[in-house]
Ligand binder design. Structure first.
Ligand code: PRX
Length: 638
């Protein structure tokens, strides 16, 4: 019999051991007993990290939406699947039952089909956090189209580069979005993006803010009239286990964003199994993850993981500060939330506002608190534990990535004793390794190294869309036969892991991964800029903020620096989005370089962090004299 639900620490160790010693038997039992298939697999796992190639459940046939919707209809038809909480607290929440969600997904699937979308086509979804987002994701999965959700905070050029990278045939968007007190003209952004996208034939537009928008004849169509006409049943496309389910873009340390490709069966099994255990979900619980579905957290733990378990998943359209800083707690009280999953940056932002925002709300329904996206600092951990959890709800600090598809290192609540700032132990089936700079595995405890994973797990990304070589180079070339995460970690005396942060040029700002290269490219477009380098520095709320060093061409030297700063940040907003704006911009006479001409970001990082006593040896630089002047100039910025 499979062990789908782990209830205590002994069980965790016992199940973990089995998952490592007999991974194929273990995952086969889970797959066999907890999911519905059109056809069972011929083999459970085939893998070769040197290619790299990983295949789970080859030969099996299924549709993930039958697992997330149809199979619940008999017993959970009237249970709420998606509980939609609008931006405006005065607008009614919407309880969408499994039966209703099934009907809406089927109608949408019919619309997609009528519009010429077929299995394997890419559909870009650029929507706010409204029910149509979940429905369109599942409708794509129902017909076998590959969804590529782009977070609705990205700019038009970020959107067009993602659409072009995967040759999307269709874009699904809305007339606009509510975000706190603001509205955002999403359709205008799409129109701008599509000026550069030949592949898009159709744009479906959901109505949300009732604004007057431009509809391009022959391309744009209002969604609702099409849905009204559509039939509410749709026979799900039968998919192969390794057929693509979705592409989700994530920043790399260099170059353009990477379209991580996730496939069907393994992703479904792992997100469902982690959801069940990491949140200890039981039938009547109300679960809320505050992420946006534009990120992997929303894909795996608002949509697929919860729905595969027949859970009630809250979907919140707004922001934690609107109409005031009590909004999250108002929602917890109103919907009697049992599991609450958020990001350290949100916790820090709320902690800064003080505990008075919590005191009027009843948070006693909370059983489990989660955090994800970046390392949580000790102060934020305690604030969360004391004030939100009232010292009784365990905090699950879940470490994972867009690439991993599901949670990798985490406590099991009420089983694993927690430790502030530690993600604790590997989840079932996960074999982490810490490596030193000589590619040697550090096998003992109390060590620090680069975090790798030694063995495949079902929900790992299979490739980077259109660029398998980059996939191999990025994740499988640093350490032989291992997946390299890009993170550093330490293991304490009992074997608990603490993630120390990125060891590459990715910077995590407010939980969002940002690569330095695209930001530098945007800055360098400014006609007064000669060169730039971005580093991260600690920030009390965002975790990290961006510090830009910019050298100017002669023509820029005489310009007003404050205006230049604004123009540079505007360029970044246009090219990437407001999340990538620089907190500080220093105009410097030069940048420290190696003799081969590479910018030494390590030194710039130390200066931005005000750790100039730890610069190390700078004598080998091409231009060591520049360092002193950068330190001097930085004093005016700090
Ligand atoms: O550096 C790690 C950090 O976020 C990175 C992955 O970012 P992304 O692909 O956007 O996915 C975020 C949501 C899963 C990781 O390489 N990270 C994520 N969770 C944690 C974390 N760092 C420390 N502790 C965590 N719990």
């Amino acid at each position: 019999m499979s062990q789908y639900h782990i209830k205590n620490f002994e069980e965790y160790f016992q199940v973990y051991k089995k998952s490592i010693n007999q991974p194929e038997i273990f995952w086969e039992e889970i797959a066999e007993e907890h999911f519905v298939w059109h056809k069972k697999w011929d083999s459970v796992l085939e893998w070769d990290f040197s290619k790299p190639e990983v295949k789970w459940f080859e030969g099996a046939q299924l549709n993930i939406t039958e697992n997330c919707l149809d199979r619940h209809l008999a017993n959970r038809g009237i249970k709420t699947a998606i509980l939609f909480e609008p931006n405006d607290p005065n607008e009614d929440a919407e309880h969408i039952t499994y039966k209703q969600l099934h009907a809406r997904v089927c109608k949408f699937a019919n619309v997609l089909k009528d519009q010429g979308i077929q299995k394997g086509d890419r559909v870009c979804i650029y929507l706010p956090m409204i029910p149509e987002l979940t429905v369109s994701v599942l409708a794509c999965a129902r017909i076998g189209a590959i969804h590529s959700v782009v977070f609705a905070g990205f700019s038009s050029s970020a959107l067009s580069s993602r659409i072009n990278d995967c040759d999307a045939k269709m874009v699904i968007t809305s007339d606009g979005a509510y975000r706190g007190a603001k509205t955002i003209d999403l359709k205008g952004i799409v129109d701008e993006a599509l000026e550069d996208c030949e592949s898009v034939k159709t744009v479906l537009v959901a109505k949300r803010i009732q604004s007057d928008i431009n509809m391009k004849a022959g391309r744009d169509q209002w969604l609702q009239p099409l849905l009204d006409e559509a039939y509410q049943d749709f026979k799900a496309e039968v998919m192969e286990a390794e057929d693509p389910l979705f592409i989700l873009y994530t920043s790399g340390s260099t170059g353009k964003p990477k379209g991580m490709l996730h496939t069907t069966a393994g992703y479904m099994i792992y997100t469902a199994y982690t959801f069940k255990n990491v949140f200890q979900y039981t039938e009547d619980d109300i679960y809320w993850c505050t992420a946006d579905i534009g990120w992997i957290t929303g894909h795996s733990y608002i949509v697929y993981g919860p729905l595969a378990n027949g859970a009630t998943s809250v979907m919140f359209e707004g922001v934690p500060s609107h109409p005031d800083y009590g909004r999250f707690w108002d929602i917890v009280q109103k919907h009697k939330v049992n599991q609450f999953y958020t990001a350290p940056t949100a916790i820090r932002a709320l902690a800064k506002q003080g505990t008075s925002w919590l005191k009027d709300y009843d948070l006693s329904t909370l059983k489990i608190l989660g955090t994800v996206g970046e390392p949580i600092n000790e102060e934020a951990w305690h604030w969360y534990n004391d004030n939100v959890g009232n010292n009784k709800s365990p905090i699950v600090d879940t470490w994972w990535q867009t690439e991993t598809g599901g949670i990798m290192i985490t406590p099991i609540p009420y089983a694993t004793p927690t430790k502030p700032t530690y993600a604790t132990l590997p989840f079932i089936g996960i074999q982490p390794a810490l490596m030193d700079e000589n590619s040697k595995e550090l096998t003992e405890n109390q060590v620090q190294g680069r975090l790798c994973i030694k063995f495949p797990w079902p929900s790992m990304a299979r490739t980077i869309w259109g660029n398998h070589e980059r996939y191999r180079d990025t994740y499988f070339s640093a350490f032989k036969n291992m997946y390299f995460t890009g993170d550093g970690a330490l293991r304490d005396e009992v074997g608990y892991y603490r993630i120390t942060g990125r060891v590459d040029d990715v910077i995590i700002v407010s939980g969002h991964n940002l690569g330095t290269a695209p930001i530098e490219d945007a800055i360098n477009e400014h006609q007064a800029v000669a060169e730039s380098a971005i580093v991260g520095f600690p920030h009390d709320i965002k975790g990290n903020a961006l510090y830009g060093y910019v050298t100017l061409k002669d023509s820029g030297e005489s310009r007003n620096h404050d205006n230049l700063r604004k123009e540079i940040n505007q360029l970044i907003t246009d090219r990437i989005g407001p999340i990538a704006k620089l907190e500080k911009i220093q105009f410097s006479a030069g940048l420290p370089k190696t003799r081969s001409g590479k910018i030494m970001r390590r030194i710039l990082r130390k200066i931005a962090c005000q750790e100039t006593d730890q610069l190390g040896d700078i004598s080998t630089l091409l231009n060591p004299e520049v360092v002193e002047s950068i330190i001097e100039e930085s004093k005016a910025i700090l």
